[in-house]
Ligand binder design. Structure first.
Ligand SMILES: Cc1cc2nc3c(=O)[nH]c(=O)nc-3n(C[C@H](O)[C@H](O)[C@H](O)COP(=O)(O)OP(=O)(O)OC[C@H]3O[C@@H](n4cnc5c(N)ncnc54)[C@H](O)[C@@H]3O)c2cc1C
Length: 312
């Protein structure tokens, strides 16, 4: 089978692009007749957002789980299919794309890469042992000491200068504070490593601190694409205004393409790319009859929609 679209990553950008392609707009209830599959390395959807409390403004904040939970349910209702616990290892480009995972091989007309920035986002699952440094160093230290009783820490990440800087700021609060640079190579199937850290080192410290800033400086998720003729800047993938890369029909959305962090940016880029792909797939949009939402085109056909006026 050749999928219309395969999306890699089920964070907010992957979920939102899947929803829009399958429904033509995020408010329509009757799905398109497309085959859209989202492949996610973790055992559930949500990406980093499922761990965050999303602060858009001081008074407009909500738990990230609410957002990704709602998007996931809408994707399911619209007919987007999901594979969890499956990691994409490579993409090959011919007339169509061949997407290889640790479990199977898939084929697609369009691919959207929505893999975020962190190589091991699920280190957030075990905050008593692995944690990401989000606050100021003294706040981090207070949390690690008061909540988890850590006396020794290992600061890790893929940007040596950044982790050394964080280590030196944290050192005064701990008996031992070391730093270790993680390669972006995928170690998830290597039993000598735990989340990118050699197993022996991992056991030597009370806590492992993943330096989030490190991954903002250098993207940790894109090494599996290195065989493709894409343009990278510090591991981030360059694209045009619609999210299309230097390879036709290969799109990037969310934080994999911009060092600017945030759910709003992730969703915005997902919307633009999904409309661009929907327009090209150009099948009939079965718009529901409930009226118009001011910001989204709800025409009966993709070809009639405002998006169709955009010159690519
Ligand atoms: C604690 C915390 C608080 C935050 N607070 C805020 C906030 O207040 N406001 C805000 O706007 N943003 C906040 N953020 C940032 C926000 O979560 C991210 O900007 C957002 O999640 C990025 O979305 P994404 O879809 O691009 O990537 P991600 O959410 O990172 O999702 C990427 C997904 O791709 C999967 N993946 C990666 N590689 C592969 C592969 N090879 N094969 C298959 N799957 C793969 C990953 O497992 C992951 O699920 C916060 C983040 C954290 C961790």
């Amino acid at each position: 089978m050749v999928y219309d679209v395969i999306i890699i990553g089920a964070g907010p950008s992957g979920l939102y692009s899947g929803l829009i392609i399958q429904t033509a707009t995020p408010v329509q209830s009757i799905p398109e007749d497309f085959s859209v599959k989202i492949i996610e390395a973790a055992n559930c959807p949500g990406g980093l957002t499922k761990y965050g409390f999303i602060q858009i403004s001081k008074k407009w904040a909500f738990h990230g789980k609410n957002l990704v939970g709602a998007l996931y349910q809408e994707c399911l209702d619209a007919g987007v299919s999901f594979n969890f616990n499956e990691k994409v290892l490579s993409i090959e480009e011919n007339d169509i794309f061949t997407v290889k995972t640790n479990k199977a091989i898939y084929y697609a007309k369009y691919v959207i890469v929505a893999t975020g920035i962190m190589t091991y986002p699920d280190v957030m699952l075990n905050p008593g042992k692995t944690n990401i440094g989000l606050h100021t160093p003294n706040e981090m230290a207070r949390e690690f000491v008061e909540n988890y009783g850590w006396k020794t820490i290992l600061v890790v990440g893929n940007h040596t200068k950044s982790i050394n800087s964080l280590r030196s700021q944290l050192a005064q609060y701990f008996d031992k504070a070391d730093a270790f640079t993680i390669s972006n190579k995928d170690y998830s199937h290597d039993s000598d490593y735990i989340n990118g850290v050699p197993s022996k080192l991992y056991g030597e410290y009370d806590g492992i601190v993943y330096d989030y800033n490190s991954y903002k400086l250098k993207n940790g998720t894109t090494d599996f694409l290195k065989t493709l003729p894409l343009n990278f800047i510090n591991g981030y993938i360059s694209s045009d205004e619609f999210g299309e890369t230097s390879i036709a029909n290969l799109f990037v959305v969310g934080t994999v393409t911009t060092p600017t962090s945030g759910v709003m940016a992730a969703i915005y880029s997902a919307q633009i790319a999904a409309f661009a792909i929907g327009r090209r797939l150009c099948k009939t949009t079965k718009s529901d009859a409930s009226g118009r939402f001011p910001f989204f085109p709800r025409e009966k056909f993709w070809a009639d929609s405002y998006q169709n006026q955009i010159t690519l």
